[in-house]
Design a protein around this ligand. Structure first.
Ligand code: BGP
Length: 462
């Protein structure tokens, strides 16, 4: 394996999925909390009130990270734990919590990688002015980021701005909004916020780096039909490359604006915005990568199953009038419809790196399953197969010349799935709770924990 000696082997979580303690120590609610309440009622799954209690158990969890050999840990700050209203009054207890968490990581030689917003905008900002739909949210986000840089920037060397902005934009209620039209306007404001925060960070002269956090499923065309080939490229451009282009060059690609106009989703650009978008200069790109997809032109509901593309159409992922997705018969699928395709990861890393020549880190990557403890053990062989396949292909990408410097699989401990509560687990460490019974939240190391420990010890060889 060809990993550099200083490679950051890590793992990942986010605040709303792990911390719990959602009303403790004066924290304010976030849109993620309300979304989870809705999930509890509609889907009968666990909400964020306790999650896996990382808020109280972080010291023990960091002991486990140390035992595993982690060199980095990617987590997010809950904006509403620091500013319960999203702006105005600072909640010192929230600041103390993140100071302690960061100190504890550093004491254990684990580099903190911090996301400023991971799907959890403060709910109060929705009530005050509809969140990122309003320009006021830009300055509140910049103020919040500045505060974090001032408080934690002496110890945090890696910052991520907004987690998966394209996912946030694609699912309006993830950002507390109601419609795609609102979401598109909010997306524009988040682009400005992203650029301003990156410029601010650089202007502050802190000793660290900052970048965006992208979601990127590799998209293969469903057939040799040029229209399918073009569509796969076009969807990649819309969901990921346009976003990086905006940050890199401070301009919206024309095809991106055309797409919004065609869908009647075009947002308002005010005078001076073009200037605000310029000069972000991300230091690296963080990538969340889980799976590859096969995409072809939208035919129609009737023709599902008769289309020339491979294997079985996946109705749930299809976008009416735009695209239909298919299963890839050349890859193995896990229990949650995501496949194990390390080559797809190498493909994505090559594609991103050759376009921007910026260092890359992987901030999410993992295998989900329903799991239980049997005789004190969790046998998660398929997770090991998945991780091993990914790491082999990361090594090949590095040999290809890609500057990959950190790997943070999702997730260190089992945490709430953003869609399926505690049923869908990704952790290297099992957390003993179900959707309905919090039990004692005991941590039990899975087989993959020991496998990853060995992998880190041998710098990629397990
Ligand atoms: C990413 C999110 C994570 C996490 C992950 C897995 O998009 O950044 O927060 O949830 O997906 O998704 P899920 O929990 O729905 O399986």
């Amino acid at each position: 394996m060809s990993f550099p000696n200083e490679f950051l082997w890590g793992s990942s979580i986010s605040a709303f999925q792990a911390e719990g303690a959602r009303l403790e120590d004066s924290r304010g609610l976030s849109v993620a909390d309300l979304r989870s309440d809705e999930g509890r009622i509609r889907l009968d799954i666990a909400d964020t009130s306790i999650a896996v209690d990382f808020y109280h158990k972080y010291k023990d969890d960091i002991k486990l990270m140390k035992e595993c050999g982690l060199k980095s840990f990617r987590f997010s700050i809950s904006w509403s734990r620091i500013f319960p209203q999203g702006n105005g009054r600072v909640n010192q207890k929230g600041v103390d919590y993140y100071n302690d968490l960061i100190d504890e990581l550093i004491l254990n030689d684990i580099a903190p990688i911090v996301t400023l917003m991971h799907f959890d905008l403060p709910q109060s900002l929705i009530e005050q002015y509809q969140g990122f739909l309003s320009r006021k949210c830009i300055s509140d986000f910049v103020d919040y980021a500045k505060f974090c840089f001032e408080q934690f920037g002496d110890r945090v060397r890696y910052w991520l701005t907004i987690n998966e902005q394209d996912v946030l934009t694609g699912i309006p209620f993830f950002n507390g909004l109601d419609s795609k039209k609102e979401s598109a306007q909010a997306d524009h404001h988040m682009n400005i916020a992203n650029a301003l925060v990156m410029k601010l960070y650089h202007d502050m002269g802190l000793n660290g780096k900052i970048g965006p956090c992208l979601s990127y499923p590799t998209r293969y065309p469903a057939s040799l039909d040029p229209a399918d080939q073009f569509l796969a490229m076009h969807l990649d451009d819309l969901s990921i490359f346009s976003r990086v282009d905006i940050l890199m060059y401070g301009e919206y690609p024309k095809y991106f604006l055309n797409d919004l106009k065609n869908k009647d989703l075009m947002f308002t650009i005010e005078e001076g915005d073009e200037e605000l978008l310029k000069g972000a200069n991300p230091d690296f790109l963080a990538v969340n990568w889980y799976t590859s997809e096969v995409v072809g032109q939208y035919v129609d509901e009737e023709s599902f199953g008769n289309y020339k593309g491979p294997d079985i159409p996946r109705k749930n992922r299809s976008e009416k009038g735009v695209a239909q997705y298919y299963k890839n018969p050349f890859t193995k699928y896990g229990s949650y419809e995501w496949n194990i395709d390390g080559i797809g990861l190498r493909y994505a890393l090559r594609k991103i790196y050759s376009r921007y020549h910026l260092p890359l880190m992987i901030t999410e990557n993992g295998y989900s399953a329903k799991e239980e403890v049997k005789d004190g053990h969790v046998h998660d062989d398929e997770r090991i197969e998945y991780l091993s396949n990914m790491i082999t292909n990361m090594s090949l990408a590095i040999e290809d010349g890609v500057e990959l410097f950190s790997y943070n699989p999702w997730s260190f401990i089992d945490i709430l799935s953003s869609s399926q509560g505690m049923d869908k687990r990704y952790g290297l460490v099992f957390v003993d709770r179900t959707n309905h019974d919090c039990k004692d939240l005991q941590r039990i190391k899975k087989e993959s924990f020991y496998w990853y420990q060995k992998c880190i010890q041998n710098n990629g060889n397990a």
